[in-house]
Design a protein around this ligand. Structure first.
Ligand code: HEM
Length: 334
């Protein structure tokens, strides 16, 4: 659908300028809605709108001075937050009820995330998820499943516009593997240059730029003693750009550093962790890389692109690392 929209915008002209960021957001929203929840565009659309509003409010709260008990005050922001949360809960409950009915009638898909969650809720076992757990998981997947991948895609398009020789190499590879055909799973796994490019984008522009942990019991870390309850930030983007770990060219876009895989590029150190690390590592990393490769391959088959003079480079952390003023590119049909 996105490709068709872009083609229409170009139609008889040679090229067209557009901000690709909202289109890529819609694309990844559609992917997670359909793949995980089998939900239609409209249902998913409202939930994303509400999550967007909730994110803005949460960021406002995070940036303000917290006074104990503030959350219980009937301020405008607190009332709005609770109202949005109620609507999100109601939307998910509706979605879950509809799916349960469809499952009973034997009309529902039986292999998506929603089915797994509902089945876990219906189990009689001790470890069954209750309905609030199911709603919590749906909320997390809706949020974590779209924002991050659309950010990865948008920075990839921006960097491939800035480095046209990498764009050309990626296109050559895609055309070699798929020609003009629709990309499929096995072929996507054979895309080496595209994978190197995506890793390098994730290194320089990690969507989750900072990870947070709370120390659960006092622990010694080198010369430091960290007390229980202390909050620690792991600055992913700083570690990803540290010249001591990555060399003097750490700030440069050089996908070739990943030509022999991640362990060679990192010399087996934990210096590249765009998807986190350890037991809470991103559960959706394969899904997102597959989605990004699929989207990028189709875009490269249809268009070449370059930065528009109106593009202004402004990475900004707003939960994820976003291009603050969008991604104005000039697209040309191939
Ligand atoms: C480029 C895309 C993505 C990036 C960079 C990314 C990054 C991350 C990171 C860094 C974490 C760990 C957070 C922490 O340790 O505090 C995480 C967790 C998670 N991600 Fe992703 N993610 C991406 C795509 C996805 C997708 C597509 C999904 C769903 C299909 C997803 C679902 C989740 C979930 C459910 C968790 C929580 C896992 C847990 O706590 O056990 N992510 N992600």
């Amino acid at each position: 659908e996105m490709i068709e929209k872009w083609e229409k915008l170009i139609s008889s002209k040679e090229s067209c300028e557009l901000d690709v960021w909202p289109y890529l957001q819609d694309l990844s929203r559609d992917c997670i809605s359909q793949a995980a929840f089998g939900s239609n565009h409209e249902q998913g659309h409202r939930i994303f709108q509400l999550l967007d509003e909730l994110t803005i409010l949460v960021i406002q709260v995070a940036q303000s001075v917290i006074i104990p008990g503030w959350w219980f005050m009937p301020t405008k922001a607190n009332r709005k937050t609770k109202e949005i949360d109620r609507e999100i809960q109601a939307s998910f409950k509706r979605m879950i009820n509809q799916r349960e009915d469809a499952m009973k009638a034997g009309e529902a898909p039986n292999d998506d995330l929603l089915v797994l969650l509902i089945e876990s809720n219906l189990k009689q076992a001790k470890e069954r998820l209750n309905i609030q757990d199911v709603i919590g998981e749906c909320k997390l997947f809706y949020f974590a499943g779209q924002e991050t991948t659309s950010v990865l895609l948008v920075w990839t398009m921006i960097l491939l516009s800035k480095y046209p020789h990498w764009q050309a190499q990626a296109r050559e590879e895609v055309l070699q593997v798929f020609g003009g055909k629709r990309p499929e799973f096995d072929g996507l796994n054979r895309l080496k240059v595209v994978t190197m490019i995506l890793y390098e984008v994730l290194r320089l522009y990690p969507p989750a730029a900072i990870l947070t942990r709370v120390v659960c019991q006092e622990i010694r870390l080198g010369d430091l003693i960290l007390p229980a309850g202390m909050e620690i930030n792991l600055p992913v983007f700083i570690i990803h750009q540290d010249p001591e770990l990555w060399g003097k060219d750490a700030l440069e876009f050089k996908p070739e550093r990943f030509s022999e895989g991640v362990s060679k590029a990192t010399k087996n150190q934990v210096s590249f962790f765009p998807f986190g690390w350890g037991p809470r590592i991103c559960i959706g990393q394969n899904f997102s890389l597959l989605e990004a490769k699929m989207a990028l391959a189709i875009i490269l088959q249809h268009f070449s692109f370059q930065l528009s003079p109106s593009y202004s480079h402004a990475p900004r952390t707003f939960v994820t690392l976003r291009p603050e003023y969008g991604a104005q590119l000039i697209l040309q049909k191939i």
